[in-house]
Design a protein around this ligand. Structure first.
Ligand SMILES: Cc1cc2nc3c(=O)[nH]c(=O)nc-3n(C[C@H](O)[C@H](O)[C@H](O)COP(=O)(O)OP(=O)(O)OC[C@H]3O[C@@H](n4cnc5c(N)ncnc54)[C@H](O)[C@@H]3O)c2cc1C
Length: 354
């Protein structure tokens, strides 16, 4: 069993930035990177909006360099998942084992019921890490439809991030799947570049705010296909089209790009019931952009300043990145929050006399 002052769970821009800061503060953080180190940017090719790379940078390369930078300052990175945690008292306990016969590749795909049984079984074994503080940086994943072609063409014409990828679709014909505010925002972002944007929605009306709907519906470049389901993303080396079903009839349409905006799922299920989360599973901190975050901040205000803004409902447990962020979900915002969480953890540990 390993003891540490800071355990960082997650290996995206938030986790590795937190690890670099905690390492430079001589805290010798333990980073549990999961078995897919690097996070969401491993799925993309060019990242053009991360500062410091005027020509853009390959997503996997950026994440590899962030990992190396954290290691340079003494972060102990383990390529395993945190499979269960006990945050009820300090030191916090973390398990990284699996029940006999369980497949590590399936860990992030377990149903909620399977996960509960899985964690109960894991906790019958001795814990693997004891930490004085924990930074949760497990990120989030865009919700997909579960149709053929999604995983195959992700990053090759099928995108979960219009803010990131819109500029690659100058004068192209693209589709946006969804009907909420994110789908409206993505559609409007794409109209700045694409020749034509078609929104595909499974219902007969959007559930986005009225103002966003109006902007989309009145935009000269936008068309809407109502009551339409997408059945397949099609292509060869990259996306060339989609198969849709409208009024019970299937047809194939050609497409240069397809964007999905039906929500994100934060990877926070192992913390459920242990730190406060909102109704969608986002961890609440004192800087969450939500009413719950405002309430938490008000309760933690001293001398007109919020104490430890990245702290969760549990003293000594901090959170950063897409598992907290209901609003921006960008690599640079995740990295920024990772920095804040590490500085908060360092100052909080100091205040405890650690
Ligand atoms: C295709 C695509 C393209 C994108 N392009 C851009 C772009 O160009 N510019 C930009 O700014 N943003 C882009 N984004 C968004 C950006 O990738 C995210 O905002 C950012 O990665 C969030 O960082 P994070 O550290 O919060 O989490 P993530 O990147 O989600 O990383 C979290 C990591 O933690 C791991 N993890 C989860 N649970 C556990 C556990 N229990 N134990 C251990 N590890 C765990 C996960 O496996 C993952 O590796 C893109 C996203 C996608 C999907």
């Amino acid at each position: 069993m390993k003891k540490t002052k800071v355990a960082i769970i997650g290996s995206g821009p938030a986790g590795f930035t937190a690890a670099t800061y905690a390492g430079r503060a001589m805290l010798e953080p333990v980073v549990l990177a999961g078995i897919k180190s690097g996070g969401q940017l491993m799925w993309t090719t060019d990242v053009e909006n991360f500062p410091g790379f005027p020509e853009g940078v390959n997503g996997a390369q950026l994440m590899f360099q962030m990992r190396q930078q954290a290691e340079r300052f003494g972060a102990h990175i383990q390529d395993v998942y945190a499979t269960a945690v006990d945050l009820s008292q300090r030191p916090f306990k973390i398990w990284t084992g699996y029940p006999v016969g369980a497949d590590p590749q399936r860990f992030d795909r377990l149903t909620t019921e399977e996960l509960v049984n899985f964690m109960d079984e894991v906790k019958t074994q001795p814990h693997d890490i004891e930490a004085e503080s924990v930074i949760i940086a497990t990120g989030a994943a865009a919700q997909l439809l579960g149709i053929p072609g999604e995983e195959e063409f992700l990053g090759r014409g099928f995108s979960t991030c219009a803010v990131c990828d819109a500029a690659f679709y100058r004068d192209k014909s693209v589709y946006v799947i969804g009907g909420g505010d994110s789908a409206m925002e993505d559609t409007l972002a794409l109209t700045k570049f694409a020749k034509e944007v078609t929104v595909i929605h499974r219902r007969g009306e959007f559930r986005a705010s009225k103002i966003m709907q109006e902007r989309v519906l009145n935009h000269p470049k936008v068309k809407v296909m109502w009551n339409t389901m997408v059945e397949e993303i099609m292509g060869d080396q990259k996306v060339t089209g989609i198969k849709i079903n409208q009024d019970g009839k299937s047809q194939e349409l050609s497409a240069d790009g397809v964007f999905i905006a039906i929500g994100h799922v934060p990877a926070t299920r192992i913390f459920q019931g242990q730190v406060e989360q909102d109704g969608h599973g986002y961890v609440v901190t004192r800087q969450s952009a939500s009413a719950l975050g405002v309430t938490a901040a008000q309760a933690a205000t001293e001398d007109a300043l919020v104490r430890f803004p990245t702290m969760t409902s549990v003293e000594g447990v901090f959170a950063a990145g897409d598992n907290v962020d209901v609003r921006y979900k960008q690599a640079i915002t995740a990295a920024g929050q990772g920095c804040s969480a590490a500085l908060d953890a360092e100052r909080w540990l100091e205040a405890q006399g650690e």
